[in-house]
Structures are given as structure tokens and as C-alpha cells.
Ligand binder design. Structure first.
Ligand code: GDP
Ligand code: MG
Length: 623
């Protein structure tokens, strides 16, 4: 820890009076405590952002306010958002500084180190020429600084120079906008007094995001460079008569290039500033009105920040509660934490496997409530079976009842095949060949049914396994092997059975009594054909194919469902086998991402809870 004293800045006061101790301090402390909890990652905290065109004097104002020398020069010097957290401490000898960006965090020994530390950080984040949205945070605790958090942003460039990206202007504006559009940010718009204020881009940008101007404060700089005769316009501007904004304007004079060359200290510059306003007939009234000089600006900003904090608290609390609820919910979605104790771990694993097997069981029993593409699994399988039945009926109707078709297409065949049987006696060879042709045409749709059901079951099981084990990569892998292996095995068996069923169908056989009964049923609603042998053939075919169709309508789905059942039983058994075969530590090793996410969420939850406590304690103390 260093306790080096920086420049002594005697007359830089932030108005440490009773009002300050009672009203200002507690609010700034509240926001600081919230910041210290790290809730900035989750919520926007009240802050002041400094924006303006290039070389308008932003860094000079920040420097004068903070007593911290910042990098300066020509071109785009500020290339990353720089958060300047200033905290006033009572001890006159304390000077503490930290700089952090991304996961880097370093302590600074003295104010002299700041400039290079910032330049190095910018180089790391944005390279040689570019700009970056990554923040650099500079925290300073000293008796010389006001209690403020200020954000320095890149100046609005007019044109890209050198190797700068062509769209640099847009990039910068996007970056600025990201900050100033937050309700929690007060925008300090820095405008040189020696230019026409109406032409400033920054004021325009601020009024776009804050049309009523409640969060915008104008700062005029470089009053010493105002052309003779233009002073009154500047005074009018500061008095809010040219482009009025709710919070109004202030005017300050900072170190010019010559002052820096002359090594004028910041403290000396403040003395000169005071003298400048005091001695100027035009500007003295502004000083008397409290609208000029850096110390008065610091005081005003602190007050503005306090008012702003007060106004932001209800919204902050609301947001905090929303985030808290969301985080709790997210944490729940990640699932229970694995116990550390080995015995409990075993129970945890068994419970997980039970849960998984239970869901599989419900699929097997067609009682699942699992949805795939919006439909229950069993509804989908049933639909496939219904399609199969519909297809059989349709095909049978087409083949057997189409006597007309038979007349035209099969008549010659029937005649040609005729042996010595008498008219009206059905030729068996023709009959069998018609039946086989019909059966042949059904095999492919039957195999398609099988394949479709297989796909449904496969995707259903995959969904279940992922839902249950995704966070445990090893367990997931172990559960996945049987899914593929058994699927292949069981559906291969089913396919063989379906194929052999179709081979059997080609035998063409039916119990006499069944056939006669069916023939009787068919005869009644068969139309009377003109040619008797064709008519008889149609009648026989119709009867036989109806019986075949009824058989296949049940038989094929039965084979399919039987093997789905077998498949799922195999999967369930395989899960229990895993317990015996693998080590529980391995199986319950959580995916690093999930573990990290849970850790993050838990930390956030903790942060938000603590922030909530701080906030309600503060609000209670206010009433
Ligand atoms: P930025 O680009 O907006 O950060 O602007 P800087 O703070 O780097 O200022 C640009 C130049 O204007 C520097 O040379 C400063 O010394 C100079 N400057 C800033 N404020 C004043 C001022 O009040 N009077 C004079 N004469 N020069 C100033
Ligand atoms: Mg700058």
C-alpha cells in the first residue's frame, strides 16, 4: 500500500459542511457500497459520463476535477471508456490508486504512474489505433478528490485519420450512446466556448437520448480563447438563454497547452482560473452566480449526483428485485447441486437414474407427457399406426373391389391361366399371383412404418437422456451408448420379423370357415359383375384380402410396439448396470460450464441479496 501524497490542492473544496455529512455522504456511500459488492455487473448504478467533440477539453475538465493527470495529446487519445472512481478520504496523507480492466488488476504507487498505466491498458484493449467498449477502471482514494464517479469517453471525431478504421466516427458514437442512454447516467457535455455551440454534435447526441434534458449538464471550456466581442454570447449561453437545457450550464477554465509546457500544476491552475473569472468584467457575474470554476463545478456535480441517486433509488430497487427473481429461477433450472459426501452422492446418482427410468417407463406405457415437435410421443406413434391401417384399407379396396379394373386388366390373364376347371371355378394360380402381388406392395410401407416409429422413439429417448444427464458429461456418454446399440439391435429384430411375416403372407392360406364367413359378408355389398368367373375371382380376392389386411393391420404394429417395449427395457437395465460398472465420482463429474454457471449465479444471488439489504436499510433510515 502506498500513501504518497500527490499535488497539494488547497482550495479545491467539495463543500464539506453539515449538509454534506447528512445528505451527500450517505448516498454516495450507498452507491459506493453497492459498487463494492460488484452489483454494477448486474445493475446500472448512477454515474456521470463526460462527452464532447475531440479536443473540446473533456480530459482537461476531468483532470481538474479529479486532480489526476490523464493522457492527453492530439487525435483520439481516449479510446476506451475510462471509469474514474474518486473517493474522498479524511486522512490527508493517503493516496491510493488501482487500475483494472478485464481480469487485470494493478495497484498504482503514485499519480505519476497513472498516465502510462492507462495508455498500456488502452493498447491491450483497443490496439494501436482502434477503440473498444471494454472499460478501464481507475479508482483513487485521496483527500484531494471529490466523491464522484466519472466516465471519460472518446471524443467525437469528424474524420478518420491514418490507419484508423473508416467507420471510427460511428463506432465512437455507438459507444457514447451506450453510456448516455442509460437512465442512471448524467451526461456532462463539454463544449469549447470559442465555437458556435449550435454546431456541437455532443449536445445533439445528449438531447436525442434525453430530450427533456433532465440528465444533461453543459460545460463550457476555454473561456480565455473567446474572441473579443463574443463574450456576451458566451455569457448568454451559460445563462441558459441560447440552447436551454434543464440542468443548465457551467463554465470553467483549464490548463492550456502553454500552461502544460510551463509545468503549471493543477493547484496553480485553479488559482489562475479563479483570478481569470474575477478579473473579467464579462464573466465575473457568472462566478458570483456560482456558474463558473472547477471547484464550483465539482460541488454542483456532487449535488447533482446525490439528487440523481435519490431519484434513481426506487427504480434501482425495482430492478434489483426483478434480477433477484430471475437469478433464483435460473439457478433452479440448473438442477440440484451434487452432494460432496460419497454415500449421499451414490443416493443422488440412484435417484437421478430412477427419475430417468421412470420417464422411459411412462413412454413405454404410453403415459408420457413428453412432447416432440409439439405432440406427445405416443400420439405420434399411434398416428403412424393409423396411417398404416388406412393404407391397408385403401389398397385392399383398390385391388379387390375394383371389379371393373379386374374386368379390364385381369380378364385376359384369368382366361389365359384357365386350366381344365369348369366355368365359375376360380383358378388358384391366378388367385395366388394376385394375392402375392398385393402383399408385395405392402411390404415397403410396413418397413416405412417401422422406420418412422424408430425415428420417433430415438428422438424421444435422446431428448429424455439430454434432459436428465446433460450436465454430467460422463454419465451422459454412458447413457448414450446403449441408446444407439440397442436401437439398432431391436429394430433389426423387428425388421426381420416384419419381413418374415411378409414371406408367410405369400403362402396364401386361410382357415376355410373364416374365408367362407368373410366371403358371405363381402357378397352382400359386392356389385354384380357381368362375367361370372371375374365376379367370383373378385369375391374371393375381396374376402381373402380383407382377412390379410385385418391381420397385418394389427400384426405389424404389434411387432413394432413389442420391440419398442424391449428397447426401452434394455435401456432401463443398462442404466442400473452403469452404477456397478463406473465410479460415482466420475459419473457425477459436472460439466465445467454448468458448474461455472452455477457458481456465477450463486455469487450474483449473494450480491443482489446483499445489495437489497443495503438498499432497504438505507430507505428505512430515510423515513
Ligand atoms: P479532449 O480531447 O476533449 O479530451 O480535450 P483535451 O482536454 O485534451 O483538451 C484539448 C486542448 O485544449 C489541450 O491542449 C488543452 O490544454 C486545451 N484546453 C483545454 N481546456 C482549456 C482551456 O480552458 N483554455 C485553454 N486555453 N486551453 C484549454
Ligand atoms: Mg481526452
Amino acid at each position: 500500500m502506498s500513501s504518497q501524497r500527490s499535488s497539494k490542492r488547497g482550495n479545491m473544496s467539495c463543500g464539506l459542511d453539515q449538509h454534506y455529512e447528512d445528505k451527500v455522504r450517505p448516498r454516495i456511500d450507498l452507491v459506493d457500497s453497492l459498487r463494492a459488492l460488484g452489483v454494477e455487473k448486474d445493475l446500472n448504478l448512477p454515474a456521470i459520463a463526460v462527452i464532447g467533440d475531440q479536443s473540446s477539453g473533456k480530459s482537461s475538465v476531468l483532470e481538474a476535477l479529479s486532480g489526476v493527470a490523464l493522457p492527453r495529446g492530439t487525435g483520439i487519445v481516449t479510446r476506451c471508456p475510462l471509469v474514474l472512481k474518486l473517493k474522498k478520504v479524511r486522512d490527508e496523507d493517503t493516496w491510493l490508486g488501482w487500475l483494472s480492466f478485464k481480469d487485470q488488476h494493478m495497484e498504482l504507487e503514485s499519480p505519476a504512474e497513472i498516465e502510462n498505466a492507462i495508455l498500456d491498458a488502452q493498447m491491450a484493449l483497443a490496439g494501436q489505433e482502434g477503440i473498444s467498449h471494454e472499460m478501464i477502471t481507475l479508482e483513487i482514494r485521496s483527500n484531494d478528490v471529490p466523491d464522484l464517479t466519472l466516465i471519460d469517453l472518446p471524443g467525437i471525431a469528424r474524420v478518420a485519420t491514418g490507419n484508423q478504421p473508416k467507420d471510427i466516427m460511428k463506432q465512437i458514437k455507438d459507444l457514447i450512446e451506450k453510456f448516455i442512454k442509460k437512465q442512471e447516467t448524467i451526461s456532462l457535455v463539454v463544449v469549447p466556448a470559442n465555437i458556435d455551440i449550435a454546431t456541437t454534435e455532443a449536445l445533439q447526441m445528449a438531447s436525442n437520448v434525453d430530450p427533456d434534458g433532465y440528465r444533461t449538464l453543459g460545460i463550457l471550456t476555454k473561456p480565455d480563447l473567446v474572441d473579443k466581442g463574443m463574450e456576451e454570447t458566451v455569457v448568454k449561453t451559460v445563462n441558459n438563454l441560447v440552447i436551454p437545457i434543464k440542468k443548465g450550464y457551467m463554465i470553467v477554465k483549464c490548463r492550456g497547452q502553454q500552461d502544460i509546457n510551463d509545468k503549471l500544476t493543477l493547484a496553480e491552475a485553479l488559482d489562475q482560473e479563479r483570478m481569470f473569472f474575477d478579473e473579467s468584467a464579462h464573466f465575473r457575474p457568472l462566478l458570483e452566480d456560482g456558474k463558473a470554476t472547477i471547484p464550483l463545478l465539482a460541488k454542483k456535480l456532487t449535488n447533482e449526483l446525490v439528487i440523481h441517486i435519490t431519484n434513481s433509488l426506487p427504480q434501482l430497487q425495482e430492478e434489483l428485485e426483478m434480477k433477484l427473481a430471475k437469478t433464483t429461477e435460473d439457478l433452479k433450472l440448473l438442477g440440484d447441486e451434487v452432494p460432496l459426501d460419497r454415500h449421499e452422492k451414490n443416493n443422488f446418482l440412484i435417484k437421478k437414474i430412477h427419475q430417468y427410468n421412470d420417464v422411459l417407463e411412462s413412454v413405454k406405457r404410453a403415459e408420457d407427457d413428453l412432447k416432440i415437435s409439439g405432440k406427445r410421443v405416443y400420439t405420434k406413434i399411434r398416428k403412424e399406426c393409423d396411417t398404416w391401417k388406412w393404407l391397408l384399407d385403401d389398397k385392399t379396396a383398390k385391388t379387390s373391389l375394383a371389379e371393373k379394373k379386374l374386368r379390364h386388366e385381369a380378364v385376359d390373364d384369368i382366361r389365359a391361366q384357365r386350366g381344365k376347371e369348369l366355368p365359375g371355378v376360380v383358378n388358384n394360380t391366378t388367385f395366388e399371383s394376385l394375392v402375392r402381388k398385393h402383399v408385395d406392395e405392402l411390404e415397403e410401407p410396413a418397413l416405412k412404418l417401422l422406420k418412422d416409429v424408430r425415428d420417433i422413439v430415438h428422438s424421444c429417448v435422446n431428448t429424455i437422456v439430454n434432459r436428465h444427464f446433460q450436465r454430467f458429461p460422463r454419465l451422459l456418454r454412458e447413457a448414450e451408448y446403449p441408446i444407439e446399440d440397442f436401437l439398432k439391435e431391436e429394430f433389426q429384430k423387428a425388421e426381420e420379423k416384419v419381413q418374415s411375416q411378409f414371406r408367410m403372407e405369400k403362402i396364401v392360406y386361410c382357415q376355410d370357415s373364416l374365408h367362407i364367413r368373410q366371403q358371405g359378408a363381402v357378397q352382400q355389398h359386392s356389385s354384380v359383375a357381368q362375367i361370372s368367373d371375374v365376379r367370383d375371382m373378385a369375391r374371393h380376392l375381396n374376402a381373402y384380402l380383407t382377412i390379410t389386411s385385418d391381420r397385418l393391420a394389427n400384426q405389424v404394429p404389434l411387432i413394432v410396439l413389442y420391440h419398442v417395449d424391449q428397447y426401452i427395457s434394455q435401456l432401463q437395465n443398462a442404466m442400473y448396470a452403469i452404477i456397478g460398472r463406473c465410479d460415482v465420482e466420475d459419473l457425477l463429474g459436472e460439466d465445467a460450464k454448468v458448474a461455472r454457471k452455477r457458481k456465477e449465479l450463486k455469487e450474483r444471488l449473494e450480491r443482489l441479496k446483499n445489495a437489497g439489504k443495503l438498499l432497504s436499510k438505507f430507505l428505512r433510515s430515510e423515513v
